[in-house]
Ligand binder design. Sequence first.
Ligand SMILES: [Zn+2]
Ligand SMILES: [Zn+2]
Ligand SMILES: [Zn+2]
Length: 275
Amino acid sequence: MNQHEDTNSEHPVRTPLPSEGLGEALFLGTGTSSGVPVIGCDCEVCRSSDPHDKRLRTSLLLETSDTRILIDCGPDFRQQILPLPFKKIDAILLTHIHYDHVGGIDDVRPYCKLGDIDVFSNEHTCRGLRHNFPYCFTDELYPGVPKLNLHTVTPHHPFRVGSVDVLPIEVMHDTLPILGFRFGRFAYITDMKTIADSELPYLKGVETLVVNALRWQKPHHSHQLIQDAIDFSRCIGAKQTYLTHLTHNIGLHNEAEARLPEGVHFAYDGLRISV
Ligand SMILES: [Zn+2]
Ligand SMILES: [Zn+2]
Ligand SMILES: [Zn+2]
């Protein structure tokens, strides 16, 4: 079956720098693939009663006055969205196909009552979705399955969701090329290990950055560490940086936060920021 065409041709490319703020970003989840607490772990972070130490799988909701965009839809989606007003989700942007980023796709079903949902990602992820959730992409849908319109997007080719211009960029998750997304002066990147120098111009002018950081020490093959994230933030000149996709190894949120330099913060579930 042919994939739906992306919307590039309908919307002229424009420099993604609105003069005013876009809206609000709500961190739905800031935890690594296992979430925090980790099942079976009795470290002080996993035993903490501080809500800042409870991290669902990484996801973010971007809301403007008229557009609602979900970035990633992990296995905690249902729990993350239930407390929020039941309103249309205009699009889901997927960074990559890993379970902690797409495992909740079937749970968007109720939102399809409010209209089909456009899903945007790269070729690899779109193919993976069709493979993992084949019943969502047959010509005749079984009643009740989510109605998803898949759009394959290419790094550096902007597209539009409602009134929001989105610029996909490419970062490397070990050897897997995945997507980050830029919205005006706000950029969202998760699961990055490295980024090519050729991507950096696309992040010029970003003032608020969300980026992944796994832990303080012990390098990981596919995720950067906290110092890598700080260096990256400095490199692109972000004024405010929020770290996400965190493990219990960062320590208790409040103590760990005090170790970060000015302008860099640990995100936490439920945090809302203006972007
Ligand atoms: Zn992940
Ligand atoms: Zn633990
Ligand atoms: Zn991943």
